[in-house]
Write a protein that binds this ligand. Structure first.
Ligand code: AQP
Length: 342
């Protein structure tokens, strides 16, 4: 069976983008894939994290996986730092990846910004650790958002170079899985910016634990425009929304896209339903839908947060299962490189 690996950083403020763009799709993959879902705490510390909050956020992401329907009896759920093969393989891959390759990574440029010299070495080498995460399980498929596509291409380059350099066929070339309609949920305040955990404004995102009143307030205040909502005429002949059209009303199309994703309907159907409607009417329908979809999940996350021992037990059992797969693959890599093992 195809093996899927993916992860979420425990950096707090888990939001609707993380849910619609990632976690929700992972639930469906469990039906026909061997799935490994990781809380990537080693990635999180590439930027400063408060230690107590990091622990809480690790449990929060785990609770979100469980509340969304990832089943620990079918999929492996664990936190990255508990399987040492990730860090060990990452070091080997640090010695395979080329500086020039990492210099091209746009996410580092965006995250380090003007303070490049002050960024951690970990932030720079982040894509090599991501390659280790995937290759330590010989994962064949990686569900990624648009933003992670470049890192996955780098993983393929590293896998290929490792295989060539050492004359082995150890690592398969992992393929991206870009799933669902909400591959890029945008900020509620600025339709040109991705909804993100690190946005300083909490009004920019709906978090997975927001209650009904908060969801209503955030959607009511979400940036919109004064025009009526468009209908299906904005779609091209293949039923897609042309990028130019999206950019002409980014906030409107973002909210329509969120509605379509939450309702699990094609955008065309949503456009037909709300063609010519006032924004206020649409926002109220979107609020009802968001509360109905996120409410039960948020409650379950809160219930799990009150029981950290049960969350820890799931992570610990998952780490054991993950290590059982990753250790022999790490050993193969060490052998190929010529590291003496006892
Ligand atoms: N806005 C988004 N729309 C769709 N998918 C998204 N993802 C993140 N933001 C959106 C997807 O969520 C998964 C987990 O992301 P992550 O925690 O590893 O890091 P990220 O991509 O850096 O997420 P954030 O929320 O934007 O965090 P910050 O602000 O810390 O950078 C990934 O599959 C991602 O594609």
């Amino acid at each position: 069976m195809d093996r899927v690996f993916s992860g979420v950083q425990p950096t707090g403020n888990l939001h609707l983008g993380n849910y619609l763009g990632a976690i929700r799709n992972w639930v469906k993959l469990q039906n026909d894939h061997d799935c490994i879902y990781c809380v990537v705490d080693l990635h999180a510390i590439t930027a400063w994290q408060d230690p107590a909050e990091l622990k809480a956020h690790t449990r929060e992401v785990t609770a979100a996986f469980l509340a969304a329907g990832i089943d620990p009896s079918r999929s492996i759920i664990f936190n990255q730092s508990q399987v040492s093969a990730h860090a060990e393989l990452a070091w080997i891959l640090n010695c395979v990846a080329r500086l020039g390759w990492l210099n091209r990574m746009t996410q580092f440029k965006e995250k380090a910004g003007k303070h490049r010299e002050k960024a951690s070495v970990g932030l720079y080498a982040y894509p090599n650790l991501m390659a280790a995460d995937i290759l330590a399980y010989k994962a064949t498929h990686v569900p990624v958002g648009e933003d992670q596509k470049q890192h996955l291409e780098l993983t393929r380059d590293i896998a290929q170079k490792f295989n060539n350099d050492y004359g082995v066929e150890l690592f398969p070339m992992p393929k991206p899985l870009i799933l669902g309609t909400a591959t890029r949920v945008m900020s509620l305040r600025d339709g040109k910016k991705k909804m993100s955990k690190s946005d300083p404004s909490d009004m920019s995102r709906i978090t997975m634990t927001d209650d009904a009143d908060t969801i209503q307030k955030k959607l009511r205040k979400a940036t919109s425009d004064s025009e009526l909502l468009p209908g299906q005429e904005v779609l091209d002949e293949t039923g897609d929304l042309p990028e130019e059209t999206r950019q002409s009303r980014p906030e409107a199309y973002n909210l329509l896209g969120i509605y379509a994703a939450l309702a699990d309907k094609p955008l065309a159907e949503v456009l037909e339903e709300f063609a010519g409607a006032q924004f206020s009417l649409f926002k109220s329908a979107l609020t009802d839908l968001a509360v109905a979809s996120l409410g039960p999940m948020g409650s379950e996350m809160k219930r799990l947060s009150a029981d950290p021992a049960s969350v820890d037990a799931i992570l610990s059992a998952g780490a054991e299962k993950a290590a059982a797969i990753a250790q022999p693959i790490l050993a193969e890599a060490q052998d190929a490189v010529g590291l003496l093992r006892f």
